[in-house]
Design a protein around this ligand. Structure first.
Ligand code: TEU
Length: 569
């Protein structure tokens, strides 16, 4: 549809092509594999498919290091196969969103090859080049132009012997940051974006788009306890020209086109900044991925996680529901290719696996915003039981492990942090059936397949009324059927025990009440004043309970991970 805000009642499905479906037996997922699985996506009822990068890439960061923005990497297929997939999705009424990774390129991109070739190359200023600090010897500790730490451990600057300067890479050394201060860079990016939209693409997910404007004076950041480098986030994110660039991009790329959807990935964004990004009057992006809830369990660092207290997740999501209630729009997600599996991380992948997977889905999909389903989340896929460092593949995880080992900060169990938080948990192949390779490949998979695919797989869940897949299908159908789900207001309704998360959605006379027990213990439901009267005669619309339907009345007991949705329509 091309109604201006069609994306408010849409559900987006994220495919990580490398791990979705292999069709040529090389153990790596590919475009033809996705084509062969479109029935699964249509059955689930999703409206939009976001593909993680499929462009030509050395795969240093699994495709988030791009060496040709306008070609498909041979490991995934060809441009002709892309066109076939795009047409097939459109034929089924699905839209296709590409991953836009333009804060940085691969160091093998021709732009960077030219830029590094000499200090007076015309493309030198397309990247961030700086001499060693204060004329220090480049190899001396602290010689880097700023003290910033990379997201992937170690310094964020790499010395280039040939041209005698350092270049900035906020991520891997093979991912040099583009210099968006340079209007030639911006023009080249916008031209590439228009080329994809002209080819039929329906929008973009914009990788770390809040990093494209940096504070040009490049100041040092504070060095945190136990860290070797400084935290430069305040200086390399949310810079002074960020919204200027976003509005220029909208004018140069999106103006005059309709039916599109755009989402900015903005690590560390605040509610106030998210309002600036998503206020429609500002013509920047439709929504952003904020990171508050997926940062809650980070201890002193991501790989030193802490256990959340009951109610922390609900409180964080409530802050964002309230923060963008009047201006802007939320994306709704718990999973993606960078986050450990939500049922393992926020639920219970043991005794209450199905119950907690469906409770989390209820809580997320019935909030105000556009929900994102990450491949396998609709099946309740869990973290992988990787027991040795050799089973990990992700550059972020491997670098963090190497840093721990080299700096002697490793814990007794040197991979405890990876076991809990590695991005690889999200990257094990989708579990299609209980055959040896889960139906993912006829070859040997690039990463281990979770052994629990013998019981957690799509074939075992299709048409089973109590399966996670069928529950997701019903939730997605609700968003398409009831305007109150997409357009209703949000109001927190619970009181009493913090493990109970209840909220009301209102649109005119239509009302929904969502009540979820986000814990493994039974708790009484208590409502804030004013809700009790409104909900004494509610009609049960949906529950994940396979036994009894809990009444919404205050004092009713909700079993472990029980969720119920009541309606007055
Ligand atoms: O992720 C950016 C990002 O913030 C994550 O790397 C996150 O900070 C990290 O995983 C800790 O949670 C985007 C892509 O989604 C990611 O896959 C890429 O590795 C990264 O940018 C660089 O392109």
């Amino acid at each position: 549809s091309t109604a201006p805000d069609w994306w408010k009642s849409a559900v987006v499905y994220q495919v990580y092509p490398r791990s979705f479906q292999d069709s040529d037996g090389d153990g790596i997922g590919d475009l033809r594999g996705i084509l062969n699985r479109l029935d699964h996506l249509e059955r689930l009822g999703v409206d939009v498919v976001w593909l993680s990068p499929i462009y030509r890439s050395p795969q240093a960061d699994n495709g988030y290091d791009i060496s040709d923005y306008q070609d498909i990497d041979p490991v995934f297929g060809t441009l002709a196969e892309f066109d076939e997939l795009c047409a097939a999705m459109h034929a089924r009424g699905m839209k296709l969103v590409m991953d836009l990774v333009v804060n940085h390129t691969s160091d093998e991109h021709p732009w960077f090859v030219e830029s590094r070739s000499s200090r007076d190359n015309p493309k030198r200023d397309w990247y961030w080049w700086r001499p060693a600090r204060d004329g220090m010897a480049p190899g001396a500790p602290g010689a880097e132009p700023t003290n910033w730490e990379s997201f992937f451990s170690g310094p964020a600057w790499q010395f280039d012997e040939a041209s005698g300067e350092f270049y900035l890479h906020l991520f891997d050394v093979k991912q040099p940051d583009l210099n968006w201060e340079n209007s030639e860079v911006r023009a080249a990016v916008y031209e590439m974006m228009r080329w994809w939209l002209d080819r039929g693409v329906d929008g973009f997910r914009m990788d770390v788009i809040n990093l494209i404007s940096k504070h040009p004076e490049l100041p040092d950041g504070p060095v945190r306890e136990g860290r070797r480098y400084g935290d430069g986030f305040a200086y390399y994110a949310g810079g002074p020209r960020l919204h200027e660039f976003m509005q220029e991009m909208h004018r140069e790329v999106f103006d005059g086109r309709d039916g599109l959807i755009t989402v900015g990935e903005t690590p560390g964004v605040t509610v106030e900044e998210a309002q600036l990004f998503t206020d429609p009057a500002r013509r920047e992006v439709d929504m952003v991925f904020q990171f508050e809830h997926v940062g809650l369990d980070h201890g002193v660092s991501k790989f030193r996680p802490r256990v959340l207290a009951p109610g922390e997740l609900a409180a964080s999501l409530t802050r964002w529901q309230e923060g963008l209630a009047e201006i802007g729009w939320n994306s709704l997600y718990l999973s993606n290719h960078d986050q450990a599996r939500s049922v393992s991380r926020f639920g219970d992948d043991g005794d209450f696996w199905r119950q907690s997977a469906t409770a989390l889905a209820t809580m997320l999909h019935l909030q105000r915003g556009t929900p994102y389903v990450y491949q396998g989340e609709e099946l309740g896929m869990t973290n992988a039981p990787f027991a040795t460092i050799e089973e990990y593949r992700d550059v972020e995880s491997l670098n963090a492990y190497a840093e721990d080992v080299s700096s002697g900060t490793a814990m007794a169990d040197a991979i405890a942090g990876l076991r809990a938080m590695s991005r690889d948990h999200a990257r094990t192949p989708v579990q299609w059936n209980d055959s040896p390779n889960a139906g993912f490949t006829t070859g040997s998979p690039w990463i281990g397949i979770n052994p629990n695919h013998d019981r957690i797989n799509a074939a075992a869940q299709y048409d089973h009324p109590d399966s996670v897949f069928e529950y997701y299908r019903r939730l997605i159908a609700l968003r398409h059927e009831l305007p109150v789900v997409a357009h209703g207001s949000f109001e927190r309704a619970d009181a009493g025990h913090p493990a109970i998360f209840a909220f009301e959605r209102l649109l005119g006379a239509d009302r929904l009440l969502v009540v979820v027990n986000l814990s493994g213990a039974e708790h009484a439901v208590a409502f804030a004043p004013g809700f009790t009267e409104r909900w004494h005669d509610a009609e049960l619309l949906l529950t994940n309970s396979v036994t009894d339907a809990p009444a919404p009345a205050p004092g009713a007991l909700l079993g472990p991970w029980e969720a119920a949705v009541y309606a007055s329509l």
